[in-house]
Each structure stands twice: as structure tokens, then as C-alpha cells.
Design a protein around this ligand. Sequence first.
Ligand SMILES: *[C@@H]1O[C@H](CO)[C@@H](O)[C@H](O)[C@H]1NC(C)=O
Ligand SMILES: *[C@@H]1O[C@H](CO)[C@@H](O)[C@H](O)[C@H]1NC(C)=O
Ligand SMILES: *[C@@H]1O[C@H](CO)[C@@H](O)[C@H](O)[C@H]1NC(C)=O
Ligand SMILES: *[C@@H]1O[C@H](CO)[C@@H](O)[C@H](O)[C@H]1NC(C)=O
Ligand SMILES: *[C@@H]1O[C@H](CO)[C@@H](O)[C@H](O)[C@H]1NC(C)=O
Ligand SMILES: *[C@@H]1O[C@H](CO)[C@@H](O)[C@H](O)[C@H]1NC(C)=O
Ligand SMILES: *[C@@H]1O[C@H](CO)[C@@H](O)[C@H](O)[C@H]1NC(C)=O
Ligand SMILES: *[C@@H]1O[C@H](CO)[C@@H](O)[C@H](O)[C@H]1NC(C)=O
Ligand SMILES: *[C@@H]1O[C@H](CO)[C@@H](O)[C@H](O)[C@H]1NC(C)=O
Ligand SMILES: *[C@@H]1O[C@H](CO)[C@@H](O)[C@H](O)[C@H]1NC(C)=O
Length: 498
Amino acid sequence: MVALLLFYLLAISVSVEGDAFIGVNIGTDVTDMPSPNDIVALLKAQSVQHVRLYDADRAMLLALAHTGIRVTISVPNDQLLGIGQSNVTAANWVTRNVLAHVPATNITAIAVGSEVLTALPNAAPVLVSALKFIQSALVAANLDQQIKVSTPHSSSVILDSFPPSQAFFNRTWDPVMVPLLKFLQSTGSYLMLNVYPYYDYMQSNDAIPLDYALFRPLPPNKEAVDANTLLHYTNVFDAVVDAAYFAMSYLNFTNIPILVTESGWPSKGDSSEPDATPDNANTYNSNLIRHVLNNTGTPKHPGVTVSTYIYELYNEDLRSGPVSEQNWGLFYANGAPVYTLHLTGAGTVFANDTTNQTFCVAKSDADTKMLQAALDWACGPGKVECSPLLQGQPCYEPDNVVAHATYAFNAYYQKMGKSQGTCDFKGVAIVTTTNPSHGSCIFPGSGGKNGTSINDTTLAPSPANSTDSGCLSQYYKCGSFTSFVIFVALILSGIIVL
Ligand SMILES: *[C@@H]1O[C@H](CO)[C@@H](O)[C@H](O)[C@H]1NC(C)=O
Ligand SMILES: *[C@@H]1O[C@H](CO)[C@@H](O)[C@H](O)[C@H]1NC(C)=O
Ligand SMILES: *[C@@H]1O[C@H](CO)[C@@H](O)[C@H](O)[C@H]1NC(C)=O
Ligand SMILES: *[C@@H]1O[C@H](CO)[C@@H](O)[C@H](O)[C@H]1NC(C)=O
Ligand SMILES: *[C@@H]1O[C@H](CO)[C@@H](O)[C@H](O)[C@H]1NC(C)=O
Ligand SMILES: *[C@@H]1O[C@H](CO)[C@@H](O)[C@H](O)[C@H]1NC(C)=O
Ligand SMILES: *[C@@H]1O[C@H](CO)[C@@H](O)[C@H](O)[C@H]1NC(C)=O
Ligand SMILES: *[C@@H]1O[C@H](CO)[C@@H](O)[C@H](O)[C@H]1NC(C)=O
Ligand SMILES: *[C@@H]1O[C@H](CO)[C@@H](O)[C@H](O)[C@H]1NC(C)=O
Ligand SMILES: *[C@@H]1O[C@H](CO)[C@@H](O)[C@H](O)[C@H]1NC(C)=O
């Protein structure tokens, strides 16, 4: 009874308002990095409401303005020393990267550095100063209530993490960790932690079963039990988060919530990484999202939400290291999903992935001449059925090259079975999960009428109409596309009999 009561008190000492959320990290080591507007379009289509950037890129913050998306920005490690050594530098950073964007862009947190203790130990002595200087600048701007300041840690700063009740922070870092936790406590911020059951599993020499890392159900005799607390652990993620709670309470901090700034699983690896597969990545991320959004909490703090940012939105092909490094993404750079998450009933985030609907669209900021050429190609040599674009046909409006190219690109992409490389058109096309169909213009691949079946009797403008103007559209040069379409139109309307 006493134990239960104690447990209850412990459980409520850490409290986080509201429901847990799932966010996503946006790394940019990508050859064909999509434009900020394309990224935001993908986020919207996937109902992603929370993102973390690894910097404070101006164009990205502008694209995120007025979207309702909550943004964690970062002080990159290479700027940390400067900021930690000068409150003026810190204040300037906040002016340039925060004040310039709020409130239009909803910046909710600043991650100061990334895994500093393990990745950049020589900056550790100024880490807490950097946080304090940034915080002071926010206080001066009266933004400290809405923007929290913290710093993401690698979970490797926690030692002896199983059983969780015996975990503690590597004591080498106590001179940093103690003032840091004091800072987080006094500012109402959270401990930011990167949690990678994939690495725990890989490094465990089979001590950790794959199912335990992937949140798969375990037979009760295989469940991990903490002998000190008798808490049952059904997955590695919870055990690591609880180890962090215990490590904090070991230093007498019991009321700092945890935000998981990175977690994920790679979908591809080299021969030494046999468990980096699409199936495992899908299982991990789908189960993680369900687990977090269920507000389950952890065995130590049931019901205390642990919001989590998935690592990561895009595969970062330019990252060095093992093959897995380049394959943590949920999406390819062109917007196509790497795999289809199993999320039915898990809420709305990434919900669109439950269908396989992807479409190919023209990039809105692409060069008009290149779009024109690609459109001509698709409707010509690409053998796409472009007659719905003719005047009087369902996809004629809006009569501009982006809209018409979008129709043609998508028709080609669907015709080619959405295979890789068929939505590129020299870089002016991008995959989206948002169905571009509008009105009676039904796009191929949207599950509705596919737009390629043609009603002969209402099809084409009369030859007089087309030849009078000489051009079907002001946006088309009277080149191959126009003549091709006229040709098709004539065939279909029975004027030319082959
Ligand atoms: C910004 O995000 C915070 C935290 O989620 C939320 O409470 C607030 O309403 C948001 N503000 C706007 C303008 O959307
Ligand atoms: C920097 O710190 C000094 C000394 O504490 C203080 O006088 C000054 O106002 C601070 N400047 C900024 C920009 O915060
Ligand atoms: C603790 O951190 C120090 C400094 O980074 C490192 O040298 C040491 O190996 C760590 N201890 C353990 C047990 O990992
Ligand atoms: C934590 O608090 C206990 C009891 O107040 C005290 O004995 C102990 O020294 C404290 N530990 C640390 C690391 O401050
Ligand atoms: C959701 O949370 C409840 C307790 O709040 C728990 O009983 C249930 O197992 C959780 N479901 C999943 C899928 O985690
Ligand atoms: C989605 O695509 C995958 C792989 O292309 C396929 O195996 C699966 O059956 C598709 N699912 C649906 C609902 O079409
Ligand atoms: C030309 O096409 C328009 C729109 O389809 C139609 O309204 C008009 O009657 C046509 N004119 C001729 C001469 O066929
Ligand atoms: C994706 O999901 C959002 C939110 O649920 C929805 O508005 C949008 O229409 C969906 N897109 C597709 C292609 O289903
Ligand atoms: C489009 O629909 C027609 C008739 O429903 C069908 O014959 C044709 O194969 C479909 N084309 C594609 C690309 O799905
Ligand atoms: C073709 O168009 C005619 C005239 O507008 C219409 O009556 C008929 O239903 C259409 N047929 C199809 C298959 O859409």
C-alpha cells in the first residue's frame, strides 16, 4: 500500500500538460534537398505538427510561418563555443533566428548543440553558459514562457542503464549535468534525449532480443523485470527513458520531464547490419508512434507523456558512415515514402501512409521553360494520354503550365507503375501524397475514375477552334506538345483515321 502510494506520488511528480506528440527531424544532407515549400507541403499532407531542425535556416522558418507547425530550432555544434562564451553573441543569435520569425513561425524550443558531451566534449564547459545566455535573451524578449531551452543528449551518457533503477549519468559529466539539470528545473524545460534501441540492440551481442527492441509482444518469461522496482519492461525504449528518469533522480532531480529528440530505425544497412530492413524500420516506427500517441508513459511514470521526434523525415544520402546512416528516413527526397507505416487507428500523423497513394506533381517553383519541355516530352515520346488537358476537357483549367505539367507528369508516373526515377523530369517533378485531383479532373492513381478513359463525343475542340488560334494554350509554345495533342485529339475525334 505504502509502495503503491509512493509510486503514485512519483508518477505525478513529473507532469506534462496535454497529450504526447510525434514530431519529425529534418536533416538536410540530401543531394536533391526539396525546397522549403515542398517540405512543408509534405509535412502538411502527412499531418505532421511538430518538427525539429538542426539549424535555424531562414528559408525553412519562413516556409513554416502561418502553418501551425511547431518548430524546435537548433544551435549547431559549430556555433556553440561562440555562444557559450559571449552573451552578446547569444543575444544576436536569438535576434536573428528567433525574434525575426516569431510569432508567424511557432518556435517552441531551442536545442542548444547536439549530443555535445559525447560529440564535442571540449565545448562541454560552456554548454550551460550557452543555455543560460540564450535563455536570458528570450527573457529579455518576453519569450521564455513559450520557448524552452535545452540540449539533446546521447543516451550513452547514461551508464548501467539496465536495470533502469540502477542507471546514473557518467560521473565525468556531473560538473556539467548538475548545473544543467538545475537550469532545466528552474526554467520548466525538459531533458532532451536521443533514444536508439537499434544501437542498443546491435551492441548487445544478442542480449537484447530483436522483438524487445521493436516493441513486439514478448512472452511473459522473456519480459525484462527490474529486480529493484519489480517494474516489467516490454520494450527497450521505455527502459532507456526510465533509466534517464532514474539517473536524474540519482542526482535528486525528480520533476524534469523527458523529450525524446531522436528515435528511429534504419531501413537499409550493409552486410554487418542485417536488421536494418524496411520491415524492421516500419515495425519500430509504427509501434513507436502508436506507443507515444497512446500517452502510455513508461513503467516508472505511467501516463506521463514522452513526446518523440522520429529520426528522420528524409533519407540523407550524403551522410558518411555505414549504409544505415543514409537510410533512417521515412521518405525519399522526392517525397515518396520509403515504406508504408502501419498506423491505422493511431491518430492522424502520417495517416496518409496507410494508403499507397502517391502522385507526381510539377514543382511550383520550377523553371517554366523546363516544365514546358518536360510536358512536351511526357505527352509526346512519353506517350501519356494528354487529351484531358485540352480546352473544354476536365483538366484544362487551371490553364497554366504547372497544372498541365502536373497532370502529365503524374499520368506518366502512374503509367510506369510509380517506379523509381519516373517522377523526376530533370528535377522539376516531385512525389506527393496529396491527391491533386480537382473538380471533375480526376488524376490517374487517385482511385477514382482515372481520367484516361475518354468520352469520344465530347472530347476535342473542333479542328477549327484549334487551328484558328494555332495554339491550344497560351502557355504552350506551338511545338511538339501542341501538335501532338492536336494529332491525338484529331485521332480521338475521328477526324484522322489511322
Ligand atoms: C504554438 O505552439 C504552442 C505549443 O504547442 C501552442 O500552445 C500555441 O497555441 C501555438 N501558437 C500558435 C499561434 O499556433
Ligand atoms: C551580458 O552580461 C553582462 C554582465 O553580466 C551584462 O551587463 C550585459 O547586459 C549582458 N548583455 C546581454 C546582451 O545580455
Ligand atoms: C564517461 O565519460 C568519459 C568522458 O567522455 C569517457 O572517457 C568514459 O569512457 C565514460 N565512461 C564510460 C563507462 O563510458
Ligand atoms: C540527494 O539528496 C539526499 C537527501 O537529501 C542527500 O543525502 C544526497 O547527498 C543528495 N545527492 C546529491 C547528488 O545531491
Ligand atoms: C495504451 O495505454 C493503456 C493505458 O493507458 C494501456 O493499457 C495500453 O496497453 C496501451 N496500448 C498500447 C498499444 O500501447
Ligand atoms: C502498397 O505497396 C506495397 C509495396 O509496393 C504493396 O505490397 C501493398 O500491397 C500495397 N498496399 C495497398 C493497400 O495497395
Ligand atoms: C471553340 O471552343 C469553345 C470552348 O470549348 C466553344 O465554346 C466554342 O463554341 C468553339 N468554337 C468553335 C468555332 O467551334
Ligand atoms: C492526408 O491526410 C490529411 C489529414 O488527415 C488529409 O486532409 C488529406 O486529404 C490526406 N491526403 C490524402 C492524399 O489522402
Ligand atoms: C483507366 O480506366 C480505363 C477504363 O476504366 C481502363 O481501361 C484503363 O486501363 C485505366 N488506365 C489506367 C492507367 O489505370
Ligand atoms: C459522353 O458524353 C455524352 C454527352 O455529354 C454523355 O451523354 C455520356 O454519358 C458520356 N459518356 C460517358 C461514358 O461519360
